[in-house]
Design a protein around this ligand. Structure first.
Ligand code: BLA
Length: 234
């Protein structure tokens, strides 16, 4: 379902100087024999970022996932790139969440970093139904401009690709612009926020239960602690 988007993202990362880093084999690619499914990940070293990860899960008709998080360097207080795309084939339901994930909830910060995302959100009302967001407390690490859609095949095939591509471009544009902006947070504050982001998400991410049921507890704990949210235990 998300192959073209994955390709599009990885190509954009490379065009911004991204170099793929080596991952342990079972993190890079892992199979669930029981559920006939596969999870694959990429870790990128990109100038100006301290970590950028991409994960794709293919559980056939049951579930397709594209998930990616890009963390800027600690000396840059701009938001974190966050994307979680899910396709439930049986229900034919899309759940798409794309956000510049804010480090703090503060108007000065929003004014500095969210003008372009606000305009993108305005241009696609179908991706603006975040009132239906469930698992997360949207007050933390989500912005008022979060792009959220619970939709159908039409949303997935005809609207999502262009929104995803624009969203990624706007994020890289913002990253470039951020060098000319004054930071609102100090390096230590940014580090603390990135740490809290990993702790917060590792505790709330509905993926953990899902991974356990597909890939077992041991592998899932390792994937969560060592790959998805490594600052959680540092
Ligand atoms: C929801 N994410 C979910 C759900 C699943 C995953 C199964 C519940 C979907 C449902 O409502 O039925 C799955 N998340 C995954 C998987 C990975 C993952 C497989 O991270 C693999 C790595 N989540 C993020 C990021 C964002 C995010 C970066 O990882 C933000 C952009 C958001 N996911 C997010 C939110 C929900 C969600 C807000 C809740 C959606 C809702 O409440 O309806």
């Amino acid at each position: 379902m998300f192959d073209l988007l994955l390709d599009n993202l990885n190509k954009k990362i490379i065009s911004h100087g991204g170099i793929e880093l080596q991952l342990p084999q079972d993190i890079k690619e892992h199979y669930s024999k029981k559920n006939n499914s596969r999870i694959q990940s990429w870790l990128w070293d990109i100038p100006g970022f301290r970590r950028w990860r991409v994960t794709r899960m293919d559980a056939g008709n049951k579930l397709q996932v594209l998930n990616s998080v890009g963390y800027p360097e600690f000396k840059n207080d701009m938001p974190i790139f966050g994307v979680d795309l899910l396709w439930f084939g049986v229900k034919k339901q899309l759940v798409a969440i794309l956000d510049f994930q804010p480090l703090i909830q503060n108007d000065i910060y929003f004014n500095q970093y969210f003008e372009s995302l606000k305009n993108l959100k305005r241009s696609c009302p179908e991706f603006s139904n975040e009132n239906n967001m469930r698992a997360y407390d949207s007050g933390q690490f989500f912005s008022p401009c979060v792009i959220f859609c619970r939709g159908d095949k039409n949303h997935a095939d005809n609207l999502l690709p262009s929104i995803f591509s624009k969203f990624t471009d706007l994020y890289f544009d913002l990253h470039k612009e951020s060098f000319d902006l004054d930071n609102i947070l100090t390096l230590d504050e940014v580090r603390r926020c990135h740490c809290s982001y990993d702790v917060y998400n590792s505790e709330r991410d509905p993926a953990h239960g899902l991974f356990k049921s597909y890939f077992g507890k041991e592998w899932s704990n390792r994937f969560l602690n060592e790959f998805l949210f490594p600052l959680r235990i540092s």
